[in-house]
Design a protein. Structure first.
Length: 175
């Protein structure tokens, strides 16, 4: 039974990261800034961690390994902050795809630090991830660029219409 717990926890964690993008986008639409949304996520996560700590009836607090815990926390926090900032420019689905690039980048860093080549399963997994991301970016990037062009074009046409309206009013005053 324990063998199935860890993959289930990974699925729950991955799903949670997918939901985070949507929550931040909804918060931005409701008028909150990215900083406020990310800070509230940190606060809620801290409260949940404290509740879990007290519910597990830990009687003694150990500071063993606190340096590595702080290092991992800083990296996780920085990832969340940058992910939140990227949502200003990217759709939520694209931000999640780019967020999960840590899989093959982590594998690359591991191979470099251990001074070894990746084994066959690591190579196949990495090629699958890169291939899928390439396909997703190839399908969604043109639509994102078209949306940006439409937004720029709409802003330009609105500005032109406003300028023409102002010119008409000025011309009317002189007649």
């Amino acid at each position: 039974m324990k063998m199935y717990v860890y993959p289930l926890l990974i699925i729950i964690a991955a799903s949670s990261y997918g939901v985070v993008s949507t929550i931040i986008k909804l918060a931005m639409r409701s008028g909150f800034s990215v900083s406020e949304a990310v800070t509230s996520q940190f606060f809620i996560g801290f409260c949940i961690a404290v509740c879990i700590f007290f519910l597990t009836n830990r009687s003694k607090l150990s500071f063993k390994g606190v340096e590595i815990l702080i290092f991992a926390g800083v990296l996780t926090g920085l990832t969340n902050i940058l992910h939140g900032r990227s949502l200003n420019f990217l759709p939520a689905s694209m931000a999640v795809v780019l967020l999960f690039q840590f899989t093959w980048i982590g594998m690359l860093i591991s191979c470099i630090t251990k001074r070894r080549f990746p084994n066959r399963s690591e190579t196949v997994t990495t090629l699958q991830i890169v291939g899928i991301v390439t396909i997703i970016l190839g399908m969604s990037l043109p639509t994102m660029l078209d949306r940006k062009r439409l937004v720029i074009k709409n802003k330009t046409s609105k500005q032109n219409a406003k300028n023409q309206s102002n010119m008409f009013v000025e011309l009317k005053k002189h007649i």
